[in-house]
Design a protein around this ligand. Structure first.
Ligand SMILES: *Cc1c(COP(=O)(O)O)cnc(C)c1O
Length: 228
């Protein structure tokens, strides 16, 4: 796998999508989603200059982190159960997929006990698909304001997954809904560090950028296809 070439291609596409929507390419961060790939592969991608990696399983993060350079920043992007917080909360710079008040409260309690502060994104179900996780888009504002009052928890923004479909307009609608929610919540929250919109993966990050994404989560586009 030619990681340098993959990354160059993605950087070019990020820049092009930003420019055609009147945005500055530097306002978009690329998260290299390394789940499933072994540490040797992450090391190769690290050696090309990447310092921001995303993992989606708590134990996998726990196992990989000590084997890789300490200047890597880790984001946790997967579902999180409260009995796995110890593998994630002390180590993740950002937790992407907080999808319930219960989880938010558990993270805040855990962070409080460790005297640290956890940074999180709130996951919104923007597609309405029954199997998708996340707060339903229509009740999000009230719940998010409530969560934002927890100590030891910093809400940095929102995250979503687009629907599984070939229909570009449905994908675009889900991203534009998240952006709309983001703007609405930002007005109420009045916090300058509520500034992150995590949306877009290998197949749809260009659409996500056109709709306002600030953080794209790209796995297979960098690392190649995943085997499981
Ligand atoms: C796996 C994963 C990605 C990356 O998916 P690709 O299609 O490989 O880019 C992004 N976000 C989440 C939440 C994931 O679980």
């Amino acid at each position: 796998m030619d990681y340098i070439k993959n990354l160059q291609l993605i950087d070019d596409k990020i820049a092009a999508a930003a420019l055609r929507s009147g945005r500055n390419p530097e306002d978009i961060t690329l998260l290299a989603v390394s789940k499933v790939f072994p540490v040797e592969v992450l090391k190769k991608v690290y050696d090309t200059g990447v310092r921001l990696f995303g993992e989606s399983r708590p134990q996998e993060l726990r196992d990989k982190m000590p084997l890789l350079p300490a200047d890597i920043k880790w984001h946790f992007i997967g579902p999180l159960q409260t009995n796995k917080l110890k593998y994630v909360v002390p180590h993740a710079e950002l937790i992407h997929a907080v999808d319930s008040e219960k989880l938010a409260t558990a993270i805040a309690d855990f962070a409080g006990k460790k005297s640290i502060s956890a940074s999180v994104l709130i996951e919104i179900n923007t597609s309405g698909e029954a199997l998708k996780r996340g707060f339903p888009a229509d009740i999000a504002v009230e719940q998010i304001l409530k969560i934002s009052e927890l100590n030891h928890l910093q809400i940095k923004g929102l995250m979503t997954m687009a629907p599984y479909t070939e229909d570009i307009s449905l994908i675009r609608n889900s991203f534009s809904l998240l952006k709309k929610k983001f703007d609405e919540i930002k007005k109420y929250l009045n916090k300058p560090d509520f500034n992150t919109l995590s949306m877009g993966m290998s197949g749809d990050f260009e659409i996500a950028i056109e709709e306002g994404s600030t953080l794209v989560r790209v796995g297979s586009g960098i690392f190649g296809p995943r085997r499981r």
